[in-house]
Design a protein around this ligand. Structure first.
Ligand code: HAS
Length: 580
């Protein structure tokens, strides 16, 4: 399908802008492993402080990059499958809001006025520009849903009575409606707690409420990142794996998306198992729902595996009777046609298998007490959002850019190796972080100047080897990203060879039942919102028992102790030596 004009420019902007920022995001990831292993023994490097870099790493990678790529992919999916135009005004307003918002938040972070990490809940407090910027980004991201996607979806349904909406549209629509619902608690937190404190309108606010509202958004958001990757796994992967493959079951895919609608929301308390102000039994209820939200991923694992098996066995009769041997026929590394994308999905799936297992460990209430706030948790999420999600998004970004710009993919060899380097690096990282985490290695700590500093009284030699392993992993991951970036920017700057189009290889379904219950969204969303509200009433009651605005001062450079400037480890040593 030909795409020209503003819509093409906007979609390209929604891909290229966050990817330029991602370079900074990934750089600060590398800095993290260097700080933590003590390769950089300081509070800051090149003028960027440790927590400032950690904030940039998290916000750019999991808030800006994911949100904008999801909007870009959603726009392309609606355009291609519904064959209905997107409105240029809507697209421009959405894109500009996201860009302006991101730049405001970026200014606050780069200026060191928002060292609040990507979870940004109270008592950490940032400059108002950070919150207003984040709000603009989020508002911009929902505009296409209301003014392009839903109107086009309704028009399509009228023109195709009794037909099922294409699966990719179904998945992206469900995902974005979930996005709007999950934004409600975090918007309340930002509007009524964080912005007023940040502007000095109120002196203090309720941190337990802030954390609870944040996590009511903060877990569902991981499925907002995941579902677009699942859309790709269900529609694109089975097709390109052989060129003529099929999705094993359309209904299983739709059912999985709908289970996410039900179970993504009543789970946020699993981030607060150690929060003293919330009654344990409510946390246990959220623990059960969390195990429930793993079910659609297990369905996905089986459906994707069945689709791969069917597709491979149809193409290669010699492996038709094999139990496992057919896995070897998957084109893990192939330059033929669109098969290069297979490497992104397969590397992502293999990482997500680990991410799923570690997620279940986190979710199990009692095991969580061992791993909470240790490096086990970043180990987990670098194989989920940093694994399957990032790899799918990098792959699809390169794919969409080449189609939209009418260019051939340059340095395809590097593009195919990139996800495997990423995979290898992340596996090593995950191993080191998880095992060290079980031994108590903390997360979000500049361990190089404390626990891993032989001169510190806090020194813990048993963590050193693991931290050093993460440095090796960090370099492998960055190398993978550099390979991908060479291909991405090489493609952008190469000459145009075709007209600009957007199209997605799409697998037809082998089993394609009508299943009307799976195609009426309203009842599922009604039950979902009810579950969300009911599951949170007791927790909100608990954390507001002492008053909605009960006082607790924000944590900033004047509280709890005035900080004049961050002290470096070198200065520390000098002062100690002088004192001696
Ligand atoms: Fe999580 C913390 C529980 C999924 C992201 N998670 C986080 C944080 C992030 C995150 C960012 O219960 C840190 C937040 C912070 O900063 O504090 N998570 C889970 C559970 C799941 C889960 C039960 N998480 C995700 C996904 C994420 C993500 C997805 C991003 C996209 N997570 C937790 C908990 C915490 C947590 C606690 C809090 C920890 C704490 O104490 O702070 C589940 O949804 C996972 C289900 C997944 C599966 C895997 C299915 C496997 C598939 C692959 C199939 C492979 C194939 C190929 C077909 C059951 C689909 C096979 C090939 C072969 C050759 C074998």
């Amino acid at each position: 399908m030909r795409v020209e004009g503003s819509v093409k420019t906007v979609i390209l902007g929604e891909i290229i802008f966050p990817i330029v920022l991602l370079i900074f995001g990934i750089y600060h990831g590398l800095m993290q492993v260097l700080y933590r292993a003590g390769v950089i023994k300081d509070m800051s490097f090149l003028g960027i402080e440790y927590y400032q870099g950690l904030t940039l790493h998290g916000v750019i990678n999991v808030i800006v990059f994911t949100t904008m790529i999801i909007v870009a992919f959603g726009n392309a999916v609606f355009l291609y499958y519904l064959k209905k135009p997107l409105r240029p005004v809507v697209q421009w307003v959405s894109f500009l809001l996201m860009v302006v918002g991101t730049l405001m938040a970026a200014w606050a972070m780069f200026a060191g006025k928002a060292n609040v990490l990507y979870t940004f809940y109270y008592p950490l407090i940032a400059h108002p520009a950070f919150y207003i910027g984040a709000a603009l980004l989020l508002v911009g991201s929902v505009i296409p849903l209301f003014f392009d996607w839903i109107p086009n979806y309704i028009a399509w349904k009228k023109e195709h009575p009794g037909e099922k909406v294409p699966l990719a549209v179904f998945g992206m629509l469900v995902n974005h409606i979930m996005w709007v619902i999950m934004l409600v608690p975090v918007v309340i937190e930002v509007l009524f707690q964080l912005i007023p404190v940040s502007l000095g309108l109120i002196p203090e606010t309720n941190p337990s409420l802030s954390r609870t509202l944040f996590w009511a958004f903060g877990h569902p958001v991981v499925y907002f990142w995941l579902l677009p990757a699942y859309v790709m796994l269900y529609t694109i992967l089975p097709k390109i794996v052989t060129g003529e493959g099929k999705l094993y079951s359309d209904s299983a895919a739709r059912f999985a998306f709908l289970l996410f609608v039900l179970f993504s929301f009543p789970v946020g308390l699993h981030h607060q198992y150690t929060e003293p102000g919330i009654t344990n039994s409510y946390k246990l209820i959220h623990a059960f729902f969390t195990l429930g939200v793993a079910v659609p991923s297990i369905i996905t694992a089986f459906t994707v595996a069945a689709s791969l098996e069917y597709s491979i066995k149809s193409k290669y009769p010699e492996v038709r009777n094999s139990l496992f041997y057919w896995w070897t026929k998957i084109p893990y590394i192939s330059l033929e046609g669109d098969k290069w994308l297979v490497s992104y999905f397969m590397a992502g799936l293999l990482l997500f298998l680990v991410g799923g297992i570690t997620g279940i460990v986190n979710a199990s209430y009692n095991l969580n007490l061992v791993v909470h706030n240790t490096s086990f948790v970043p180990g987990h999420f670098h194989t989920t959002v940093g694994g399957l999600v990032t790899l799918s998004f990098l792959g699809i970004s390169l794919y969409m850019v080449s189609k939209l710009m009418g260019k051939d993919i340059r340095f395809k060899g590097l593009a195919v190796i990139a996800p495997w380097l990423w995979w290898q690096g992340m596996l090593i990282f995950e191993y080191a972080m998880s095992v060290a985490g079980i031994h108590g290695f903390p997360r979000r700590t500049n361990t190089g100047i404390s626990y891993l500093n032989p001169e510190s009284p806090l020194y813990r030699p048993e963590w050193v080897g693991y931290a050093e392993l993460t440095v090796l992993a960090g370099f492998i991951i960055v190398l993978g990203f550099v390979f991908w970036a060479i291909s991405f920017f090489g493609t952008i700057f190469s000459p145009k060879v075709r007209e600009s189009t957007i199209e997605f290889p799409t697998a037809p379904a082998l089993h394609d039942e009508k299943a009307p219950a799976l195609n009426r969204l309203t009842p599922w969303f009604v039950v979902s919102v009810l579950l969300f509200v009911i599951s949170y009433i007791p927790a909100i009651y608990d954390v507001t028992k002492r008053g909605v605005f009960f006082d607790s001062p924000g944590y900033n450079d004047k509280s709890p102790v005035p900080i004049t400037k961050p002290q470096s480890a070198k200065e520390d040593q000098r002062n100690t030596a002088e004192a001696k």
